[in-house]
Design a protein around this ligand. Structure first.
Ligand SMILES: [Mg+2]
Length: 226
């Protein structure tokens, strides 16, 4: 006979596509990119090439697991090498287009009802954290969620250095909180990275889509009702 699951004592959240909806943000950023040739001339095509390959390489790097080399460096050096480009210049493009520029469009994309659910979970004594493949603090500030989480981890942090679905980041969060993986509910939007990683770490997981009531399922799971 298997023992009943432990009631969650913490909820660890993915960021992109989970705390906010990515489709409206992508549409807004595509418009920005489409308008950029008017402002940036020939640089716009290079920007597109860099962003496209960066995204592609990031997915490839998931297969490396937890390498000895720094993923924070590899994510820029590998696409730069393939393009015959400068890694620092490629990094600057990525930081500009994938981190800085989207910030001002984030707030309206925040998942409806999120703040209320986070407050409810916090009020019930559950610890709350974020584990993302991308750095979280600036996005959380833009979403008005800076004070909602006691822990933020990124896959490229030196203490993790593994993209999902490797379990390293999930387990690091448990270690920081001093909790068993079975006591930490993970919430994400991609089963092949969030679901697989959480299961590899031994955590219960809830995958959310674009549905307005998807947070209901998270609330139920966090309170041990599902
Ligand atoms: Mg996501």
């Amino acid at each position: 006979m298997t023992s009943p699951p432990l009631a969650p004592r913490a909820v660890l959240w993915d960021l992109d596509g989970t705390l906010y909806h990515q489709k409206p943000l992508r549409r807004r950023m595509l418009l920005e990119l489409a308008l950029s040739p008017l402002r940036e001339g020939f640089g716009a095509r290079r920007t597109l090439r860099r962003l496209k390959l960066f995204r592609h390489v990031r997915e490839e790097l998931r297969e490396l697991g937890q390498p000895t080399e720094s993923l924070d460096r590899l994510q820029y050096s590998r696409p730069a090498e393939r393009l015959g480009d400068d890694a620092a210049a490629l990094e600057a493009t990525v930081l500009d287009w994938m981190h800085r520029r989207p910030l001002r469009f984030l707030a309206p994309c925040r998942r409806a009802g999120l703040i209320e659910v986070l407050e409810e979970l916090d009020g019930a004594g559950l610890k709350l954290g974020v584990f993302s493949d991308y750095p979280a603090p600036e996005k959380l500030a833009a979403l008005g969620l800076s004070s909602s989480f006691s822990l933020t981890l990124c896959a490229t942090d030196a203490e993790v250095n593994a993209f999902k679905p490797h379990p390293a980041g999930f387990l690091r969060a448990c270690e920081i909180w001093g909790l068993q993986p079975a006591e930490v509910l993970y919430v994400g939007d991609r089963d092949e990275v969030d679901g697989e990683g959480a299961r590899a770490a031994g955590m219960p997981v809830r995958i959310v889509g674009a549905g307005a009531d998807d947070l209901e399922g998270v609330r139920d799971a966090a309170f041990g009702r599902a």
